[in-house]
Design a protein around this ligand. Structure first.
Ligand code: BTN
Length: 265
């Protein structure tokens, strides 16, 4: 990533005013965490990118593969103040920004709750929010975003080959990485502010962009438990509304392990 070029393309008020682009890091999340620990609130909005991650992290303790020069891996450091109301929708704001920047490349993507970005049934991008808290006090959050950019299908590790896709695999062309990253960050800047000030309006914005359809059967993994029900929408705090025989229940974290019939084609 050409840091000077990316910097010149950023138009947002906050994001990327401090920008660090590395050829390789263990994880961009680790460097963003260091910035938060060193700078405290002054790190808010700092962006770290890496062309290659040697220990990229995904949700649920999974590994995230960042193919050298073929993926976008970035983390935004956030010090969002004390009101935690909007924290839960920060990843959704990121997924929406990814979806909007993908549209600029000709790729139509949908969101899989809570914050995966899919093309059809294949994942093209993921978001990871990590935070440090002591009691009610937060010491900064890191919002990591990984997008598959120019891998061909064969280049994905075998275990995810049938589950993953990239901009190149979908659109047949590769965007300039700096332009794509700038579009993403420029879309994310106002969305993050909106998520913190008015979380429900970010959820409202996502309406109609989910891969799930109301009434669609879902299987959810919540910790070690499996939950079954039907998609009944997403609540104002970003929680999944699951219709079961006991009524509509709010699920705050977990993973949709199966999209039943009626979901993304
Ligand atoms: C997921 O869908 O499991 C989340 C994937 C998040 C990957 C990004 S890449 C940039 C940042 N650094 C990491 O180690 N992980 C996130």
């Amino acid at each position: 990533m050409n840091q000077a070029l990316l910097s010149s393309l950023l138009v947002g008020e906050r994001l990327g005013r401090r920008l660090e682009c590395y050829p390789a890091l263990a994880s961009t999340g680790d460097r963003a965490r260091e910035l938060l620990d060193q700078l405290g609130p002054a790190a808010h909005g700092a962006v770290v990118t890496a062309d290659r991650q040697t220990a990229g992290r995904g949700r649920m303790g999974r590994t995230w593969h960042t193919a050298p020069g073929k993926s976008l891996a970035l983390t935004v450091a956030l010090w969002p103040g004390t009101d935690p109301a909007g924290f839960g929708v920060l990843p959704l704001a990121a997924a929406l920004a990814v979806q909007e920047s993908l549209a600029e490349t000709g790729v139509t993507a949908l969101l899989k709750w809570p914050n995966d970005v899919l093309v059809g049934q294949r994942k093209i991008a993921g978001v990871l929010l990590e935070g440090r808290f002591s009691g009610d006090e937060q010491h900064g959050l890191t919002l990591g975003i990984g997008v598959n950019v120019s891998q061909s299908r064969e280049e994905f590790p075998e275990e995810i080959r049938d589950l993953a896709t990239s901009i190149f695999a979908e659109a047949g062309a590769v965007p300039e990485l700096e332009r794509f990253a700038a579009d993403l960050l420029n879309a994310l800047d106002p969305l993050l502010a909106e998520a913190l000030a008015a979380p429900a309006s970010v959820v409202e914005r996502a309406r109609g962009r989910w891969a799930h359809r109301v009434g669609q059967p879902l299987t959810l993994q919540v910790g070690t438990a499996r939950r079954e029900g039907r998609f009944a929408g997403v609540g104002p705090g970003g929680e999944l509304l699951l219709e079961t025989e006991r009524g509509v229940e709010a699920v705050h974290s977990g993973e949709v392990s199966r999209l039943g019939p009626g979901g993304a084609p």
